[in-house]
Design a binder for this molecule. Structure first.
Ligand SMILES: CC(C)(COP(=O)(O)OP(=O)(O)OC[C@H]1O[C@@H](n2cnc3c(N)ncnc32)[C@H](O)[C@@H]1OP(=O)(O)O)[C@@H](O)C(=O)NCCC(=O)NCCS
Length: 284
């Protein structure tokens, strides 16, 4: 198969067919024209040589959209996709090889990327997993209403002074920035604190998933220990049930906490609207 494939630069006129391949191949948000089209257009204007298509007998079978990180010897892969009817025949690997060759010629030393669904592909192609951005989910349909802990208190951005006193200015800044980012998307946010001895020791902001009301997810979590995290998650689940959502979702940075939660009934999310992603790199 790879003998029949040629790798060429994407041209502006390829936009419709690239979007079609994306719609067929991706499960996550990248399948949406409004996500991928602006990225591709920007990339084509700035760095056309990092935008590649695989062509088989005049048909675009796949593509790779990438960029060079300015000021660093690093290139990034933003999207790679192969039409499902041509998958597992070496086209993805051929696109990747050509991308690496271009990058090498450009004095790039390292390629990096984040992927939700192509972990196995990158492992096969010699990339090293350097981090996991955990998204965990728990179905709440089978739960009876959780008694939320008495330490939980609803909190608003107007508690700013109390927040700063308790968690410091940097963390309060993180909380407020995430709060207002989420607030821009929807007004009906859930924000709560765990309070021990009159001091805030945990914070959560949660909202409906952007695409489905079935998932109620955290957009911000701060906690001083695992017990506090569990109190926050009980509050999240109680709120999830109160709102009639079916799945509670969280983003967890610390691997050991994610592992402990998975042992506790949470599972790694691989849904098209909520997914764990994997960070990879390769020195070239
Ligand atoms: C990921 C993708 C681009 C791979 O393209 P492809 O043409 O099917 O890949 P290749 O045939 O070149 O595969 C190279 C190797 O990776 C393996 N591989 C490909 N996809 C894999 C997967 N999802 N899981 C595990 N291994 C995989 C192949 O079996 C092959 O292994 P081998 O060398 O031992 O035979 C393609 O599956 C795709 O479009 N997926 C959907 C979109 C996506 O998830 N993109 C990445 C996020 S941006």
């Amino acid at each position: 198969m790879s003998n029949e494939v040629t790798i060429e630069r994407i041209k502006l006129e390829d936009l419709p067919v690239i979007l079609k391949v994306a719609a067929m191949s991706f499960s996550e948000e990248a399948r949406r024209p409004e996500v991928i089209a602006p990225g591709l257009l920007r990339a084509l204007m700035q760095e056309p040589k990092y935008q590649l298509k695989a062509v088989i007998y005049d048909e675009v079978a796949g593509f790779l959209i990438g960029a060079k990180n300015k000021g660093q010897n690093e290139a990034i892969i933003e999207w790679i996709a192969v039409n499902p009817k041509y998958q597992k025949r070496g086209i993805g690997r051929t696109l990747l090889n050509e991308f690496e060759k271009t990058a090498k010629e450009d004095n790039v030393a390292r390629i990096s990327l984040i992927t939700p669904f192509a972990r196995g592909f990158y492992e096969k192609c010699g990339y090293t997993l350097v981090g996991v951005h955990y998204k965990l989910i728990k179905s709440v349909t089978a739960n009876i209403i959780h008694e939320s802990s008495t330490n939980i208190k609803l909190i608003s951005w107007e508690n700013t002074k109390e927040l700063i006193d308790a968690i410091g200015e940097t963390e309060a800044w993180n909380f407020l920035a995430t709060f207002f980012d989420s607030y821009k998307q929807q007004k009906n946010l859930f924000s709560a604190a765990v309070v021990r001895n009159n001091k805030i020791v945990g914070l959560i902001v949660a909202k409906e998933n952007e695409w489905s009301r079935e998932i109620f997810e955290s957009s911000y979590l701060f906690y001083i220990d695992f017990d506090v995290l569990q109190e926050l998650l009980n509050a999240l689940i109680a709120e999830c049930i109160r709102r009639g959502a079916l799945i509670a979702g969280i983003t967890i940075g610390k691997e050991s906490d994610a592992t402990a939660l998975i042992k506790n009934g949470w599972s790694e999310a691989h849904l098209p609207i909520f997914w764990t992603s994997y960070k990879f790199f390769k020195n070239i």
